[in-house]
Design a protein around this ligand. Structure first.
Ligand SMILES: [Zn+2]
Length: 242
């Protein structure tokens, strides 16, 4: 089951990459919706589940909340370190020669992230089928943005289209590989809880620091804002029905 839904995530990634070839008009609304869905999964499903599985306190704080903050900070530190290079590029003007590696590094980071997405699906299903499904919804909803970014960032830094397509393919396969690993390794419930907390922080960072700014790049529309609220409400419905 985990692998089947990871295959859907794979298609979503490919679709996003192909959309990157010709920018769709509804992209901002879809990104806004994805951010709302991710927020809903984090707040309504991942964190409650993680707390239940790994709620024992470490120095006054539930362990799952510590890994949540850890997940948020890991992604933040990795992204900002890469952005240091991006800042230098802006200073030196439009010359992008020799910066292909920055594009490749960022895209590889996205591939690693997609692997963790898949791992989250696999381990989510180990916790419960309902959690596995809502993690899968959060992953599928934003994976098209992953594919989009993998393709755009790779080409933006002067890499050939063919190379960008290879990275896009890797990014699409990564969630499937992650789901396979997440299904094969059997972890004690506390360890799964810790990872789900970590993954909650990871998704929260993606939703708020990556996806939402992209959804409002250029112009902020009321439709995009409504899509975000609707995405979160939708996940409440999904969790309530499950
Ligand atoms: Zn992702």
């Amino acid at each position: 089951m985990a692998i089947v839904v990871a295959l859907i995530a794979c298609c979503s990634t490919l679709l996003g990459g192909l959309i990157a070839l010709r920018v769709g008009t509804h992209r901002q609304v879809v990104l806004g919706l994805a951010a709302g869905v991710m927020l809903g999964v984090v707040g309504f499903d991942l964190l409650p589940e993680a707390l239940e599985a790994a709620g024992q306190e470490v120095f006054g704080v539930p362990a799952a909340m510590l890994t949540m903050v850890g997940g948020f900070l890991t992604l933040h530190i990795i992204e900002r370190s890469l952005a240091v290079h991006r800042g230098q590029e802006e200073r030196f003007g439009a010359h992008r020669h020799g910066l292909e590696s920055v594009g490749l590094l960022t895209a590889s980071g996205l591939v690693g992230h997609s692997f963790l997405d898949g791992l989250g699906i696999g381990l989510g299903f180990q916790a419960s089928a309902a959690l596995g499904l809502s993690v899968a919804i959060a992953v599928i909803a934003h994976d098209f943005a992953d594919g989009f970014n993998t393709f755009t960032i790779t080409t933006l830094y002067g890499n050939a289209r063919s190379r960008a397509l290879v990275l896009l393919a890797l990014d699409a396969l990564a969630p499937v590989a992650g789901a396979v690993v997440g299904t094969l390794i059997v972890l004690p419930p506390e360890a799964i809880g810790l990872y789900l907390g970590y993954f909650a922080g990871f998704l929260l960072y993606l939703a708020t620091a990556d996806i939402l700014p992209q959804a409002h790049a250029g112009t902020s529309s009321r439709r995009t804002l409504m899509a975000t609220v609707a995405g979160a409400a939708f996940m409440w419905l999904v969790v309530g029905l499950a």
